[in-house]
Design a protein around this ligand. Structure first.
Ligand SMILES: [Zn+2]
Length: 315
């Protein structure tokens, strides 16, 4: 089994120790803050009121991602963390507009810095494969999504695919149909965050209006047998993130998570961490959750990784 992770946000994969060190150095946190007390504030351990509440916690990450050197370090450490977790193929994603909001760094500087960190990582861990996915953030509106897709197209060779993320309740996929026309025409590989906090209609829109060949989360598919058949027939893989879905209250309990039911219905699914920087979970811990809380067998977990390998945007 090639341990492969397809859904991990690079800009929310920072080590707690790195955030603390940088935040103190930049005057964002008091000098006296201990790592234990910081982790207490940082990690979400029990379900939050809503996805919006989680998104609000991201501001500290944005303020820490302040210079090219920090971005390079963060990317190197993220790759190293994945390697130590046993992963050998990883697709990291990041949102240029999210990363640049406070730093004022150009999107090209942000991309180049992340690439430098990942390339340095691969020199230390040569059997590691990585790719980058460019995220357009819904919450910044159509104009910003257009701009991000333009940036993606200008740098298409440096990315393995593109994505749309953020608040899907207020910004459904249909708002961005025009924004995705160019990337679809260019034959780009597209994954879309959909069916995480809202129903299956947003997954249909992601596939039919935006051209998604993978779906971020997509757990709402369980409510729509026709959609499940469509995902199965078209081999559209759902990048499932169990702990994330529980902590953002997209599922009532981990035991009630639809991942095993989707898998048993033949829907391609894979296991991912989403935002290890705030959920505090590694991929092996996520696998453990699938085994112990979701009642998945060893064979079923392996099947998820087979789907991840098959659905990877990395050639
Ligand atoms: Zn995500």
């Amino acid at each position: 089994m090639l341990q492969t992770e397809l859904h991990r946000h690079l800009d929310v994969s920072l080590r707690s120790s790195t955030i603390l060190e940088v935040a103190i150095a930049r005057g964002l946190l008091a000098q006296s803050t201990s790592l234990a007390s910081f982790e207490e504030q940082l990690y979400i351990r029990k379900p939050l009121e809503s996805l919006t509440a989680v998104l609000a916690m991201f501001t500290l990450f944005q303020k820490v991602l302040a210079t090219p050197a920090i971005l390079e370090r963060v990317a190197f450490e993220a790759l190293e963390d994945c390697y130590r977790e046993g992963t050998r193929r990883v697709e990291f994603r990041f949102s240029p507009s999210f990363c640049g909001e406070f730093s004022g760094l150009s999107w090209d500087e942000i991309l180049s810095s992340f690439e430098r960190g990942l390339e340095r990582g691969v020199r230390s861990y040569p059997d590691m494969q990585w790719g980058l996915i460019c995220i357009a953030t819904r919450d910044y509106g159509v104009e910003s999504v257009d701009e991000t897709m333009e940036f993606f197209l200008q740098n298409q060779a440096r990315f393995v695919g593109c994505d749309l993320a953020g608040n899907e309740q207020n910004f459904p996929c249909r708002l961005f149909e025009n924004s995705f026309k160019g990337v679809r025409a260019a034959g780009a590989k597209i994954t879309i965050h959909a069916g995480e906090a809202v129903g299956p209609e947003n997954i249909w829109e992601a596939i039919e209006l935006l051209g998604a060949s993978r779906i971020g989360h997509g757990i709402a598919a369980i409510q729509d047998p026709k959609l499940m058949a469509h995902l199965r027939e078209r081999s559209i893989c759902l990048e499932v993130c169990p702990t994330s879905n529980w902590l953002t209250k997209c599922v009532p309990t981990l035991e009630a998570h639809p991942l095993p039911a989707l898998l048993r219905a033949g829907v391609p699914v894979c296991i991912n961490t989403d935002d290890p920087g705030i959920f505090g979970k590694t991929l092996p811990q996520e696998i453990e959750v699938c085994r112990l809380m979701l009642g998945m067998s060893e064979g079923e977990i392996e099947k998820c990784f087979e789907y991840a390998v098959k659905s990877s945007f990395l050639s």
